[in-house]
Write a protein that binds this ligand. Structure first.
Ligand code: GLA
Length: 384
């Protein structure tokens, strides 16, 4: 799929409205390098915002209504900001939920009309819904003259997802979509919401490997993992597993039942790996970073049990290529995407050979592509 450009987005608006948009906002999807299932344990994550995004081109309205046409669904959505109701109406609920969350936080909102378009694949684990929430927040904040604080807006986006959409996610996806930085990954402390940008060592590329498998029931498995983590934190008498050091876990972890012990071990070791990965990136030690990614995958597969046959096959195909420093599943799991860190000079061969090997092994036709780290949600400069 071709990557959407600002000019394509403006053109869609002009076709419908007969004049160019007043403004365009863009909010990216993400891929997580390491730090999986740690965000709701108050831990550390290291994602990057990618060059696949949700875009809204719009002009203001003065009747406190939002009217938006989704190019991808070829559907119109319309709602009043005065009277927000959840009608379970698909994609438009993400816009309504975000508006509700901003209003509920005390903001006066203005309306707009426009078009919505995106190139973050849906349901692939690249956070298309967080991108839609943050694009909506960016649009509403701009037409309503609100300050843009990425962490505050990410929290409001997460609240929309938790309370309006009913998905019990952590903060990672909304925060990286709001605060991403070009050419960098972002270390996020999911307790303080402090972020620190970490540059990529020269000569590496990040590759997204979409297994072309999607699984239902992700939500119930996700909620089950969350409550297992909560019981483990209770056992250690701490607010969250973030507070359990490796040494303490090694001493008393085996007093937990087998499943809870394995879930907790994943989280405790993954937090440690994530902080180590930041150090490795800063020192330019790509081999060490790759090893940490491989270990993260093993832990997600064996201890946290959120991988799948397709994800394992994809990760093994990637790891078998000489240009691969490391590979792992990324996102919630059970299907969707893996991520690999590779030698950029060999990117073409890696993409082609890995896709071929995976397809031969599984029969699924994957999508494998290099991605760039981009800035987070922003109003696009119309002069460029
Ligand atoms: C999903 C959730 C995130 C995070 C990841 C797993 O993407 O939305 O909050 O928990 O799963 O790391």
């Amino acid at each position: 799929m071709a990557i959407l450009q600002q000019a394509d987005v403006a053109k869609h608006f002009t076709e419908r409205f007969g004049q160019p948009p007043e403004l365009i906002v863009r909010a990216p999807g993400r891929v997580n390098l390491i730090g999986e299932h740690t965000d709701y344990n108050d831990g550390f994550v290291l994602p990057l915002a990618i060059n696949r995004a949700v875009w809204i081109a719009l002009r203001r309205r003065d009747d406190r209504c939002v009217a938006i046409h989704s190019i991808d669904y070829d559907q119109q959505g319309h709602f009043s900001l005065e009277n927000l109701t959840n009608d379970d109406a698909g994609w438009v609920e993400y816009l309504k939920g975000t508006a509700w969350s901003l209003k509920d936080a005390g903001h006066e909102l203005g309306g707009f009309e426009g078009i919505l378009i995106g190139d973050v694949p849906l349901g692939a684990g690249l956070s298309s819904s967080a991108a839609l929430e943050m694009a909506t927040a960016r649009a509403l904040a701009t037409v309503s003259n609100l300050d843009w604080d990425p962490a505050v807006m990410a929290k409001l986006g997460q609240r929309a997802e938790n309370k309006w959409i009913g998905v019990n996610c952590g903060i990672m996806d909304q925060l990286i979509s709001a605060a991403g930085q070009a050419d960098h990954a972002l270390l996020i402390d999911c307790r303080s919401l402090q972020t620190e940008s970490v540059p990529f060592p020269p000569g590496v590329a990040v590759v997204v490997l979409d297994t072309a498998t999607r699984r239902g029931l992700v939500d119930s498995a996700y909620n089950e993992r969350r409550s297992q983590c909560e019981s483990a934190a209770e056992f250690f008498q701490v607010p969250a597993l973030r507070d359990v050091p490796l040494e303490l876990f090694a001493q008393v972890g085996n007093d937990l039942d087998d499943v809870t012990e394995r879930r907790a071990r994943h989280v405790v070791t993954e937090n440690d790996r994530t902080l180590q990965a930041v150090e490795a990136m800063r020192r330019g030690e790509v081999a060490a970073l790759g090893v940490l990614m491989n270990k993260s995958h093993e832990s997600l597969r064996d201890d946290y049990e959120v991988s799948s046959d397709a994800l394992n096959a994809m990760v093994e195909c990637a790891q078998a290529h000489a240009a691969c420093h490391g590979a792992r599943m990324t996102g919630a799991g059970f299907g969707g995407c893996a991520v690999a860190l590779i030698d950029a000079a060999a990117a073409d061969d890696f993409v082609e050979s890995t896709a071929k090997a995976y397809q031969e092994q599984t029969g699924h036709e994957p999508a494998v592509y290099v991605c760039q780290a981009t800035d987070g949600a922003a109003v696009v400069d119309m002069a460029t």
